[in-house]
Design a binder for this molecule. Structure first.
Ligand code: HEM
Length: 359
């Protein structure tokens, strides 16, 4: 047999074996993303002693030192933090079925999340799919939102659907949860009252730019824990994401990436003025530039409704009040960490002349 043929066969065989092992045994061939040196029990105590506000700068400095994927050993599971937009896209959008899961909750939080049978905490599976379909097609679909006046009727219909579909379940918590869920949806829809008109929505387009810029610049969340209970070991960015590992996305850092956003820390709503009339894609389906509503299969199903609602709310705040810095004219954009990020020196609101003249 020709020697070149033997070389070719052995090279192909080794390439095949490598691909096979990478696919089925990534934990043997890949390492966890880097992380600080930790000692089993002491390491956990150190992390747990940190407040939420301390965790964020610590993580940022680790990302600067170690790269866009970092592992911390908190509790018994490795917690992986991702700060890079394209890795987030690869995980949440391109590999949505792997990263769309939620972890098993602690016994205490199961009381609050109805034994993980509600839409946001349920595992990626048939119950989640059913709840999600019911919410998106029966409540949040634009054709339904337009007829919000009949909200009460839909909610009753949805409740009936849910009861019918889940009637085989012997778990009473599950049913209670669906009642609560439907009532919550009703409340959200009722908030619109009968004041939402298409004309009004158009008038406040300008406000939308300010609002999206606010979401990018002043993040509602610094990092969004997508605590994925990964069913099989998987590989992302050349690193192992272990089975039962948890994955967290550093949302604030993605919205401040200077490669995407010019002068990222400045408040510039006009950056969303697009000459070609193409709207900014907040879902990140093609590329993630910011992700206030998450991305991929578990993206917030209420984002359309939330945007409308916020536009209406923010437009009224701008229309009815004059917002001024307390001391001097300069607005201070520094932040402080509370449960969410808030303005360190909030503005004061004065009733505007426009509103006063109406009174
Ligand atoms: C400004 C307003 C809102 C923000 C910033 C927001 C943000 C988010 C985020 C970040 C997630 C997690 C996404 C992920 O895991 O990738 C989420 C999930 C969710 N949101 Fe929202 N949301 C808002 C309003 C709403 C509204 C109005 C509704 C209801 C109509 C809603 C219903 C949900 C539900 C049911 C989930 C869980 C989805 C799932 O796990 O499949 N949200 N939201």
């Amino acid at each position: 047999m020709e020697i070149w043929f033997l070389i070719l066969v052995s090279l192909s065989l080794s390439a095949f074996l490598k691909a096979f092992f990478n696919l089925f045994f990534p934990c043997k061939t890949h390492k966890l993303p880097p992380g600080p040196l930790t000692f089993p029990i002491i390491g956990n105590i150190l992390w747990l002693s940190k407040s939420f506000a301390d965790l964020e700068p610590t993580l940022r400095s680790l990302v600067r030192k170690l790269g866009p994927m970092v592992t911390l050993h908190i509790f018994s599971r490795p917690a992986i933090f991702i700060s890079d937009r394209s890795l987030a896209h690869q995980a949440l959008v391109l590999n949505g079925s792997v990263f769309g899961n939620r972890p098993s909750a602690l016994a205490t939080s199961r009381v609050l999340n109805s034994n993980q049978q509600n839409i946001s905490s349920s595992f990626y599976g048939p119950t989640w799919r059913l709840l999600r379909r019911n919410l998106t097609s029966e409540i949040l679909h634009s054709s339904r939102v337009k007829t919000f006046g009949h909200a009460r009727k839909w909610v009753l219909q949805i409740l009936k659907n849910q009861f019918d579909l889940l009637s085989r379940s012997a778990d009473p918590v599950r049913v209670v949860d669906h009642v609560q869920f439907a009532m919550f949806c009703l409340l959200v829809l009722m908030c619109f009252g009968d004041k939402l008109e298409e004309k009004q929505v158009k008038e406040i387009e300008r406000v939308e730019r300010r609002m999206i810029e606010n979401m990018r610049r002043f993040n509602i969340l610094n990092f969004w824990p997508r605590l994925s209970k990964i069913v099989l070991h998987t590989v992302l960015g050349g690193y192992l994401i272990p089975k039962n590992g948890t994955v967290n996305f550093m949302v604030a850092d993605m919205g401040w990436d200077p490669k995407v956003w010019e002068d990222p820390m400045a408040f510039k709503p006009e950056r969303f003025l697009n000459g070609e009339g193409e709207a900014f894609d907040i879902t990140g389906s093609r590329e993630i530039k910011m992700m206030p509503f998450g991305a991929g299969r578990r993206i917030c199903p209420g984002y359309g409704l939330a945007m409308l609602h916020l536009e209406y709310f923010v437009a009224n705040l701008v229309w009815n009040f004059e917002w001024k810095a307390v001391d001097g004219d300069d607005i201070d954009l520094s932040e402080k960490q509370q449960l969410t990020v808030a303005m360190k020196n909030p503005l004061h609101a004065h009733i505007s002349r426009r509103s006063r003249s109406k009174v």
